[in-house]
Design a protein around this ligand. Structure first.
Ligand SMILES: Nc1nc2c(ncn2[C@@H]2O[C@H](COP(=O)(O)OP(=O)(O)O)[C@@H](O)[C@H]2O)c(=O)[nH]1
Ligand SMILES: [Mg+2]
Length: 489
């Protein structure tokens, strides 16, 4: 595809930015670590635990630089980007440790700079600056729109909305769509109604019963500071993919706003954030998909393929090889592994590996190293064998959050209970065998589901002396080793 004018302008900006970054990196080695994942995947908790572990010396046996004592000190420093909100580490940590609550959910990008003083393996003292960038995965899934016309996007959205279980959730929007004639005069009210109904449909898909993942445009659900601006007020119309919109028509208005969305939302995000990342971790809440059912798992698989495509799309959208996205390591992490007995941690990893396998093969050409891990940034549970009848079952002990229910009983948020959440199959393929491979909330009541993961409160921490407690975790050290271990050699 020949580069368009806007691509060329973009390219020039990227070049200027890359030179600036390069100069800085030369004197001050820096790694920009992107942390993404769909809403509630666990980004805030992950970053909080990571910073706490690095600055207070967590138990990270698999993170070699720290375990071998080569990290002298890690501390927070003012971030370089003045226009990006700071990641509110102190508040999130306080909520987690002092209040024993999970941090409030966040809907925008944020950033934090961490400076690590360490000793190289050869004994020389060095400093590595780590810029951690937390951004919604929903925004990442917008990048493929850069290569799509309005007509293509509208067609794809319509096809998707006719699939189960979306079709039912899309009824109101589709009914309204049927009343619109694309060729008629543009109409602000009709457009607003269409955008509102379309957004409500996307939101319903996101509900935990259905737990759908693939729901672009991302800002419709995660508007950041752009809520209700014209660039976010459009919706798919039933138009031919390669047709031309008559001037002044409703169709032309939708095309204009769709293009505006790409210009004011997607391209700046690509340029200012995505294209500058060196490393990327993608957090995935696979348990939410298990709770919901096979459709959600299938949808998650498609979203993961979409995310991996972003690393390719970025490269083909901008034509000079010098300033393409430079991400060279990507880690997919299934979060909240503490909801499963440790016997199932490897199985959870295998499920995620299976879910990204097709996409990984295609992403290999990006040259990035890709890995998969199952982790819990903060471990909220302990394990025990619990006697049931004659058997002893591997169980999870934790304090369910107030309001969680099981077998018709509501928990008060103070009592610890033992639960048996269900085993993952030894062969991950068993979960991908079509609509009947397992039962979840989308098709049955809670009691009939094959998996039921309760939300637990953060763990009660023991303190020794006046020191900060150490946060327990699962495999967080392995994730760190993969993401930055080589930069601390
Ligand atoms: N048990 C457990 N729950 C977690 C963990 N990480 C996240 N969660 C749960 O997932 C929710 C969303 O996490 P959060 O970090 O806010 O997700 P974000 O929207 O991606 O930033 C939290 O409120 C917790 O209920 C974890 O490591 N263990
Ligand atoms: Mg968050």
């Amino acid at each position: 595809m020949a580069p368009s004018f806007s691509d060329i302008v973009e390219e020039t900006r990227l070049t200027a930015r890359a030179l600036l970054d390069y100069g800085e990196h030369f004197f001050n080695p820096t790694v920009r670590l992107g942390v993404t994942g769909l809403s509630r995947a666990g980004k805030t908790v992950f970053i909080t635990a990571l910073i706490h572990g690095l600055t207070r010396g967590g138990r990270f046996p698999m993170f070699e630089a720290l375990a071998s004592g080569r990290i002298a000190r890690a501390h927070l420093a003012p971030q370089p980007d003045d226009a990006v909100p700071r990641f509110d580490y102190e508040t999130h940590l306080h909520t987690l440790i002092e209040e024993r609550r999970w941090p409030n959910s966040t809907v925008d990008i944020s950033e934090l700079r961490l400076v690590v003083d360490y000793q190289r393996r050869n004994g020389a003292d060095r400093t590595l600056t780590i810029d951690i960038v937390d951004y919604p995965g929903e925004w990442l899934l917008d990048l493929p729109l850069l290569n799509k016309s309005y007509g293509q996007w509208a067609r794809e959205s319509l096809i998707l909305s006719r699939e189960k279980p979306r079709a039912h959730l899309a009824e109101q929007w589709l009914a309204h769509l049927a009343t619109l004639s694309p060729e008629e005069r543009e109409d602000e009210q009709a457009t607003r109604t269409a955008a509102r109904l379309f957004t409500e449909y996307l939101r319903a898909c996101r509900d935990e019963r259905f737990a759908m993942s693939l729901l672009p445009p991302g800002r419709f659900l995660m508007p950041g500071n752009l809520a209700s601006s014209p660039a976010l007020t459009f919706a798919p119309l039933d138009v031919p993919e390669d047709g031309t919109a008559p001037e002044g028509s409703l169709w032309a208005m939708m095309v204009r706003r769709y293009e505006a969305y790409k210009d004011v939302v997607v391209r700046p995000f690509f340029r200012d954030h995505f294209a500058r990342l060196d490393r990327q971790i993608v957090l995935v809440d696979a348990l939410a998909a298990f709770n919901s059912g096979p459709d959600a798992l299938h949808d998650l698989e498609a979203a993961l393929a979409g995310i991996l495509d972003c690393f390719r799309v970025g490269r083909s959208t901008f034509f000079s090889s010098l300033f393409r996205p430079r991400i060279d390591r990507i880690l997919f992490a299934a979060t909240k592994a503490d909801h499963l007995h440790h016997a199932s941690h490897d199985r959870l990893e295998a499920v995620l590996r299976r879910a990204v396998s097709g996409a990984v093969a295609r992403a290999e050409e990006t040259g990035a190293i890709i890995d998969v891990v199952a982790l819990a940034a903060v471990r909220a549970t302990r394990e025990a064998m619990v006697a049931r009848d004659r058997d002893k079952l591997p169980s999870i002990l934790g304090t369910p959050s107030a309001g969680e229910t099981a077998n018709g009983k509501a928990f008060d948020g103070a009592t610890e209970v033992a639960t048996f959440p269900g085993d993952l199959p030894a062969d991950p393929e068993a979960l991908f065998n079509g609509a009947d491979s397992f039962r979840g909330l989308a098709s049955t009541e809670a009691e009939g589901s094959d998996f039921r993961f309760l939300r637990f409160r953060p763990p009660l921490l023991e303190r020794d002396g006046d020191g900060e407690p150490v946060l327990p975790h699962i495999r967080l050290d392995r994730a760190l080793q993969f993401l930055i271990g080589d930069r601390l050699q």
